[in-house]
Design a protein around this ligand. Structure first.
Ligand code: ASP
Length: 442
């Protein structure tokens, strides 16, 4: 067995956390490759080292100047020193900090600055475990225009990993062809973990964080929701785009193409099995639904035109109006002579009149009506396909909860049902759906 393990910032925020991580790794000799994040928050008002690095570097060309940069750098060094001391390591980061300071003054870039969080944590982790340290700049490659170079990375990284038994590869960054450091977007260590898992053809990619997996519903709405045991990549996509993210969206792709499962685990509760994210499974989810998630802040544009159904190209013209203004749409339910387009309100607001006039110009509809402050809820579950009456149960639960349903959209995959309600009904709707499927165990 070969397992790649990635640890998030809160799992590595202090020496205490490092000790838990060390135990997790050494408890299972299959855990060969470790991908650490930068130290995160130790308590809720604490600062993440990545944020400290961005702020520190901003002084170089900002008003703080070198003096403030040095003060900030000292605070960052203290965070690492606290970990080194707490682990009783003999390691010194003096030379590393000297180099970082010089590079900051030479304006090595924001990405370089942020990447030092993972880089230094990787050095400490490798020292603590007695594992080899692999600088991600040597093995994670970007193209000259800044896109991740998946094939080159896979080639270089798999060659490198073949030469070592156990290694630490810091997350979040890599390098451009000229050696300049480049990071992924925030939370990007998840992506590095997935890339490493693909390169060494791991049996599993374990992603260790501070929750015991994905929850069936948002804990801010449902008290103590249950954990999802197994979820498919497709279900996760449906849920995570609605804002249920624990894992960086882009972390799915490298492992998905190799059929490597991701196991989300909790560093503070390693006995929990967590959530398995898999390509496909014959395991039924415990309930008919796998999860329910949603988001407020949508707006619907309802377009009517007599005989719309027989007008070839009408839909394309309408969507052209959105495309021309650079607006993506979320959903597009339609009737015989009506078509509704759901968009993010904050994106749409500024361009509203521009889009409306473009629809008039391009598609010549009879009427256009806009409705704001809507929420979309995705009820997702591979189990819905084989269960009769799911939609019926959802809508009777919503009716009992006095929630007016404004829109229903079910794709033919039967993997999800999207429901549009007023923002004000959002929480009540999620509760009603959770209750009917999970609490009532249907
Ligand atoms: N340290 C980076 C961040 O805070 C990347 C990561 O933790 O995944 O975004």
């Amino acid at each position: 067995m070969n397992k790649v393990v990635k640890f998030g910032g809160s799992s590595l925020a202090s020496a205490e956390q490092f000790k838990k991580v060390g135990k997790i790794i050494t408890d299972d000799k299959d855990r060969h490759f470790v991908v650490p994040s930068a130290p995160g928050k130790r308590f809720s008002k604490d600062k993440k080292v990545t944020d400290m690095l961005y702020a520190c570097y901003a002084n170089v060309s900002g008003k703080g100047g070198v003096e403030k940069m040095d003060a900030d750098l000292a605070d960052i060094k203290a965070r690492y020193q606290e970990i080194i001391d707490g682990l009783a390591l003999k390691l010194s980061l003096d030379d590393e900090f000297k180099t970082i300071r010089e590079n900051f003054i030479k304006k090595a870039g924001r990405d370089y600055a942020a990447s030092r969080g993972e880089y230094l944590n990787g050095i400490i982790m490798a020292d603590y475990l007695g594992y080899e340290f692999i600088d991600a700049a040597e093995v994670i490659k970007f193209t000259a225009n800044g896109d991740f170079d998946s094939e080159l990375t896979n080639k270089v990284l798999s060659e490198k990993l073949k030469t070592c038994v156990n290694a630490v590869i810091p997350g979040f960054y890599g390098s451009l062809p000229d050696g300049t450091i480049k990071t992924f977007s925030r939370g990007g260590s998840d992506i590095t973990g997935s890339i490493v898992a693909r390169a060494c053809k791991a049996d599993v990619y374990e992603n260790w964080t501070d929750v015991s997996g994905f929850l069936i519903a948002d804990p801010r709405i449902i008290e103590n929701p249950e954990v999802i045991e197994t979820i498919t990549y497709r279900e996760l996509r449906e849920l995570s785009y609605m804002g249920a993210g624990v894992l960086h969206e882009d972390a799915i792709f490298p492992v998905r193409r190799e059929g490597i499962p991701i196991n989300i685990r909790n560093t503070n509760s390693p006995q929990d099995g967590g959530t398995w994210i898999v390509e496909s499974t014959c395991q039924k989810s415990k309930y008919t639904i796998t999860g329910v998630a949603g988001r407020k802040g949508f707006c619907s544009i309802n377009i009517e035109k007599d005989m719309m159904n027989s007008e070839v190209g009408f839909g394309r013209k309408v969507l052209q109006a959105f495309e021309d203004s650079g607006i993506s749409f979320e959903h597009m339910p339609s009737g015989i002579d009506t078509m509704t387009v759901f968009v993010h309100q904050d994106e749409f607001m500024d361009k509203e009149q521009q889009v409306v006039s473009a629809i008039h110009r391009l598609a010549d509809p009879d009427t256009i009506e806009i409705e704001a402050d809507l929420a979309l809820i995705a009820v997702v579950g591979r189990g819905m396909k084989s269960t009769r009456g799911t939609a019926g149960r959802i809508f009777s639960a919503l009716a009992h909860a006095d929630v007016n349903v404004k829109m229903i959209d079910q794709g033919s995959s039967e993997l999800n049902i999207i429901i549009g309600v007023d923002n004000a009904d959002f929480e009540a709707a999620i509760k009603a759906i959770y209750d009917i499927f999970v609490v009532a165990r249907l």
